[in-house]
Design a protein around this ligand. Structure first.
Ligand SMILES: C[S@@+](CC[C@H](N)C(=O)[O-])C[C@H]1O[C@@H](n2cnc3c(N)ncnc32)[C@H](O)[C@@H]1O
Length: 274
């Protein structure tokens, strides 16, 4: 079956999707890099492939994010493989990578990094991509998420500078690091999650203690795992700045950074006390 520009337009209109979305699904089905597809490309599909397309269109019309269907998400200019057990990387989390780059300027530095709550590994791997001698330990409580980080490290040829540890935050971790990067779950359990977010794993989103439990676990122990002058880069929720400032008593706050919407989104801490 040949899908032409006109039939793609028809499918999009009929299902209230954009032509771009149909193209992305077609790229996934035909194993083409979806970032390189153009409206006007023709697609020759088998009957099985066409049925898959209809199934994906149905899932999309039910509100499933397209990145969840194609199990890929762009982050910091890199395509990460995702799965049902990982949070789809979010654009606002790129701020953590930007901040790391601001405070660690030597691109050849032998930095030891700890990525806590690694998920797809998007934060640590994006950093490793730009720092040729850095190494990162990826940590997650979820084995399947950690497997995905490992998969992405291999796919990006960064596995020789990556290691992986299943752990409940710091419980199975040892050593001291130049930097800890973390985007922990921070949504309160009673918060009404928007529909598209429901496709992400709950453990990646929701934290006890009114959304503060993960930050509390990280902030009360981070100083024990940072070298002197080491830094913690921590993502926070839109309403957590004051609570985080009140929680922290062992690290100096260096910077509070805003995302592109002007919302306080990340803090940089320094271990300078002893
Ligand atoms: C918000 S997601 C962040 C994933 C990824 N770092 C990113 O920025 O896209 C939080 C991650 O923390 C992990 N996590 C949740 N509770 C944890 C715990 N107690 N210890 C370690 N990791 C945990 C989740 O499995 C999830 O992968």
């Amino acid at each position: 079956m040949l899908l032409t520009k006109a039939s793609i337009t028809g499918l999009a209109k009929c299902h209230h999707l954009s032509e771009r979305e149909i193209l992305i699904l077609l790229g996934f089905i035909t194993d083409k890099d979806y970032t390189s597809l153009f409206f006007g490309d023709n697609f020759q599909l088998t009957e099985v492939e066409f049925q898959r397309l209809l199934e994906y269109i149905e899932r999309r019309t039910q509100g499933e994010p397209i990145s969840k269907i194609i199990q890929r998400k762009e982050f910091y200019g890199i395509t990460f493989k995702t799965c049902g057990d990982t949070l789809d990387p979010r654009p606002e989390t790129e701020l953590i990578v930007d901040l790391f780059m601001k405070y660690f300027s030597d691109k050849a530095g032998h930095y030891e990094i700890l990525d806590l709550g690694a998920g797809t590994g998007c934060i640590g791997l994006s950093i490793l991509k730009h720092y040729e001698a850095a190494r990162c330990l990826f940590v997650d409580i979820d084995t399947k998420a950690l497997n995905m980080a490992q998969y992405n490290a291999s796919a990006l040829s960064l596995d020789h500078r990556s290691s992986f540890q299943e752990s409940d935050w710091f419980t199975a971790i040892s050593g001291e690091y130049d930097a800890i990067v973390a985007n922990p779950p921070y949504i309160a359990a009673d918060y009404d999650l928007p529909r598209e977010v429901l496709f992400d794993p709950r453990i990646a989103l929701v934290a006890g203690g009114n959304g503060m439990a993960a930050h509390l676990a990280i902030l009360s122990n981070a100083h024990l795992f940072l070298k002197k002058n080491g830094r913690l880069f921590l993502e926070i929720g839109y309403d957590q700045r004051a609570k985080i400032e009140a929680l922290n008593n062992s690290l100096e706050i260096m910077e509070i950074a805003q995302d592109i919407n002007g919302i306080d989104r990340a803090l940089v801490f320094l271990r300078n006390l002893w």
